[in-house]
Write a protein that binds this ligand. Structure first.
Ligand code: SER
Length: 314
């Protein structure tokens, strides 16, 4: 039986598009999708699917054994805003799911792991502009703490047990297929939906809050590229800085207004403003560009055109 890929958290914003892309590359039957429930029916019906709670070691292990899985993409997580509401749940899910897959690799059940980190590993004491790969990381959110600690464990398992784990620090991801859930950068997706649906958006961040962002196509390309890179090319086994574009709510609003002139916005910052304020405005990802030839394709205006075109069809 040929070896297979398992995606945990396949119904989520990134997991769903990753599943479709990996199925395109490797063939449907070689990519097993899993999530805690069947909330995304088109995804569930698009190929092999298993219900798996990412906190359940035996459920993951059984699935890997039954399907001869050698590569796992662990995409299940509680994000920054939800994590602040449910700190212990975020710690429990984000950390234990990671330990489960790291330990499956350590014992030889699987061979390779992708685990996403985030710009949330940074905090208020981190340099805000062009944040370097190696810098102060004092995150102030539970989500950020889980990602920072997770990075340390990934590097530890690589050094100690030779576990082939690869990771990138995703910025905010913008996509038109599946909604994000519970993140601080979610506004940059909601704004397109509201521009088309009601012509008005109440933004939960202030107009000048600049954050690192990326269009989904670029995020999927980065994920697949780092997994296909030769092991020797990778100098970082914690997580790579990854960047594409940075913009403020005002700048994304203006890029949408070029297509929808009557679009209006109001700024009503809530608790997520403090989270955004603790994160960098822009990221230096030169190490990823050097090690595995990372480059992005979409800037703010090409992304806006694509988002409005695709959402407009729905
Ligand atoms: N998009 C994430 C969040 O806002 C950051 O990794 O929580």
């Amino acid at each position: 039986m040929s070896s297979k890929i398992l995606i945990i958290g396949a119904c989520g914003q990134i997991g769903s598009e990753l599943t479709y892309k990996l199925r395109e590359i490797h063939g449907k039957k070689n990519v097993i999708a899993s999530d805690i429930n069947t909330r995304k029916l088109d995804l569930v019906n698009s190929g092999p699917f298993e219900i798996i709670d990412a906190k359940n070691f035996n459920a993951i292990k059984d699935c890997c054994k039954n399907h001869n899985v050698d590569t796992v993409y662990l995409m299940a997580a509680l994000l920054s805003a939800t994590g602040e509401k449910y700190p212990m749940e975020a710690w429990d899910l984000n950390m234990n799911s990671l330990f489960h897959v790291l330990n499956l690799a350590k014992e030889g059940t699987i061979k390779k792991i992708f685990w996403p980190s985030s710009i949330a590993v940074f905090g208020p004491t981190t340099p805000k502009q062009q944040t370097p790969q190696h810098t102060i990381c004092e995150p102030t959110t539970v989500y950020g703490i889980t990602k920072q600690v997770g990075e340390r464990w990934c590097e530890y398992y690589y050094n100690k047990y030779d576990v082939d784990v690869r990771s990138i620090r995703y910025p905010g991801i913008i996509s038109h297929k599946t909604m994000p859930g519970g993140g601080t950068t979610d506004y940059a997706v909601e704004i397109y939906h509201e521009a088309l649906q009601s012509g008005h958006y109440d933004c939960f961040l202030s107009e000048s809050t600049s954050l690192p962002m990326m269009f989904m196509d670029d995020a999927i390309k980065a994920t697949i590229d780092i997994m296909e890179a030769k092991p020797d090319a990778l100098s970082i086994r914690s997580a790579y800085n990854l960047a594409a574009i940075s913009f403020t709510p005002k700048e994304i609003y203006e890029s949408i207004k070029k297509h929808i002139p009557d679009f209006t916005i109001e700024y009503q910052p809530d608790f997520r403003q403090a989270i955004a304020d603790s994160w960098p405005s822009s990221i230096d990802d030169s190490v990823a560009r050097k090690d595995w030839d990372w480059k992005h394709d979409f800037d703010l205006n090409t992304m806006t055109a694509e988002m409005l075109r695709e959402l407009g069809k729905k």
